[in-house]
Design a protein around this ligand. Structure first.
Ligand code: RB5
Length: 150
């Protein structure tokens, strides 16, 4: 699984800690650091990462800002990207198992770094479970095409 991570100025230390943790766990993870080369805020940072999920360069993404909300809103604008903000491990697991999301977002001003690591682990260790969720996820993808042509 190819992973990608990025953050805005509210979350550099948090992001570095998550990146180091996942690297240590053996994940193939790339830190885009988009704002270090482009003067921009979370809308562009999130959009840039989401495009790289959408085009298949990476399988899953992690986005971190102050609340996790702005980056989720922008990532979800990119067709093929389904992002959710999590501040607990149960939701992080369900985000993959039930919602088949490919991006998780977190808020560096909302949760501690150690919980952030556990949340990232819960998401990455989980896969879509199918079953009763299949119809719902299929419907999300159908409805997405109404405004987003992928
Ligand atoms: C700070 O720019 C803050 O607005 C941002 O990190 C994020 O929380 C937005 O959703």
């Amino acid at each position: 699984m190819k992973l990608v991570i990025d953050c805005d100025d509210a979350a550099f230390d948090f992001k570095d800690a998550i990146y180091a943790h996942l690297k240590e766990e053996g994940y193939d993870i790339t830190d885009l650091k988009y704002s270090s080369t482009h003067e921009c805020d979370y809308p562009d940072i999130a959009f840039n990462l989401a495009e790289k999920i959408s085009d298949g360069t990476y399988d899953r993404g992690i986005l971190i800002c102050g609340t996790g909300l702005g980056v989720a809103m922008m990532a979800n604008k990119v067709p093929g990207v389904f992002a959710g903000t999590c501040s607990d491990c149960f939701a992080a697991e369900r985000l993959a198992k039930s919602n088949d999301a490919n991006v998780i977002t977190m808020g560096a001003r909302c949760i501690g770094v150690e919980l952030g690591k556990m949340i990232a682990d819960a998401f990455l260790k989980s896969e879509f479970g199918g079953g009763g969720s299949t119809r719902k996820v299929k419907r999300m993808r159908e409805l997405e095409t109404k405004y987003c042509h992928h």
